[in-house]
Design a protein around this ligand. Structure first.
Ligand code: SDX
Length: 371
């Protein structure tokens, strides 16, 4: 009595709720979306099918997939209201600030934003799935002084995002690698941004507010911002021959090595082998074996010193770089995918809601009074 209660900093190891959306099992190093291994989904499905799976619990029938594709394509064109706000944001702002603001604007313009029904939430989720890629593509272009590229209805979400960003149809190998990255990024149980979305939802706030907050949580380099940070490390190191000495010094300076480590996986991230294989194919396609040499050299240098393994951001950062994305656009690409998981969690939270409001142990000054 009167002592300090047990505190789990960062809620490490604390189970806060049940979920039927995904299972992260560090013991078997596996990740299941609604029971399906993520590797199988990444090999066979696009983000559209995975969105349906996460939202509804089952993969779409051919008819359901056609319907989802048609509705997604109908919302693809960048809305004038969103474009006007994006244009008002200086290009010195981080692209995550642009996406965060754009989603807020989408909510403000959706007349059904305050409707908590599952139908309205599914509709809002689909709009975000279609509109966020438009924002991300347009934002990278405007930073490069390029004009907007109109979406193409004959392309799936991944291929259309590449088309609207670069204005050319990418090679099949590039499309496949991009599709794979989106499926791998779609969902990961109670990570920091998803938990944020659930906290916001628990107050009965609208789905757009939950996604805006989740984008804020994802931006930080300990979470989604790591894919950008990995690329900045690669730029800093420059060449495979320097990786070992660079790491020696960075660890001596107690630096955090971006793209390594994970709160849940201690023996390696289940998604890395799939994304690394996609990166290998991109490296062959673009003839950038120098980048792969640096990737391997840093991973080996780390393994020789600490039992800390790469996470998904380690291969996806360089993969996005090879595809031609600006480094600052990498985390917005994570948003494009993760909005599916966030919105699935919003619906799950609502279906069995309890306000999320933990306790704290006060250790400030004792009671005192104004003089
Ligand atoms: C994502 O949660 C999810 O599921 C997230 C995610 C998803 O899909 O949603 O998987 C996406 O966010 C991936 C993670 C991206 N972040 C990074 O790559 C940033 C670098 N990683 C680390 O900062 C760290 O590993 C975390 C934040 C990912 C996890 O940190 P924890 O669980 O809080 O562990 P910790 O920081 O307390 O580290 C434990 C020990 C420490 O050493 P000691 O004090 O015990 O001696 O391991 C060391 C840390 O210093 N350590 C690292 C390190 N990661 C852990 N040391 C150097 N570099 C690292 N990357």
């Amino acid at each position: 009595p009167g002592g300090t209660p047990e505190i789990r900093k960062g809620l490490a190891g604390v189970v806060v709720d049940t979920t039927a959306i995904s299972k992260v099992d560090p013991a078997s190093n596996s990740l299941l979306y609604r029971g399906y291994p993520v590797q199988e989904l990444a090999a066979r499905c696009g983000l559209e099918e995975v969105a349906h799976l996460l939202w509804h619990g089952e993969l779409p029938t051919p008819g359901e997939l056609d319907d989802l594709r048609e509705r997604e394509r109908s919302h693809r064109a960048l809305s004038p209201a969103v474009r006007a706000v994006v244009d008002a944001i200086p290009t010195t702002a981080h692209p995550m600030d642009v996406v965060r603001t754009a989603v807020s604007v989408m909510g403000a313009h959706d007349p059904a934003a305050e409707d908590p029904s599952r139908e309205a939430t599914l509709d809002a989720s689909l709009r975000m799935l279609a509109q966020i890629p438009a924002v991300v593509a347009y934002d990278q272009r405007r930073r490069r002084g390029q004009d907007l590229v109109e979406p193409r209805e004959d392309l799936d979400l991944a291929a259309n995002l590449l088309w609207t960003t670069f204005g050319e149809e990418p090679a099949e190998v590039v499309q496949d690698a991009f599709r794979t990255s989106l499926v791998l990024y779609a969902e990961h149980s109670f990570n920091a941004s998803t938990f944020t979305a659930r906290v916001v939802t628990s107050t009965l706030a609208d789905v757009y507010s939950a996604v805006v907050a989740a984008i804020g949580a994802l931006k930080g380099p300990l979470h989604g911002g790591a894919n950008e940070a990995v690329m900045r490390l690669f730029d800093e190191i420059g060449d495979a021959s320097r990786a070992d000495a660079w790491l020696e010094r960075a660890l001596a300076e107690k630096r955090t090595i971006m793209g390594f480590g994970h709160r849940v996986y201690k023996n390696g991230d289940s998604r890395v082998p799939t994304m690394k294989a996609a990166l290998d194919r991109l490296v062959d396609h673009y003839g950038r074996h120098d980048l792969l040499a640096l990737y391997d050299a840093l991973e080996q240098a780390m393994a020789a010193r600490k039992p800390i393994r790469p996470n998904l951001d380690y291969p996806s950062g360089p993969a996005y770089h090879l595809m031609g994305f600006d480094t600052a656009t990498f985390t917005p690409l994570f948003v494009v995918a993760r909005v599916t998981g966030w919105t699935a969690h919003v619906m799950e939270q609502r279906a069995a809601n309890a306000l999320i409001r933990p306790l704290s142990h006060y250790d400030g000054p004792g009671e005192r009074h104004l003089a």
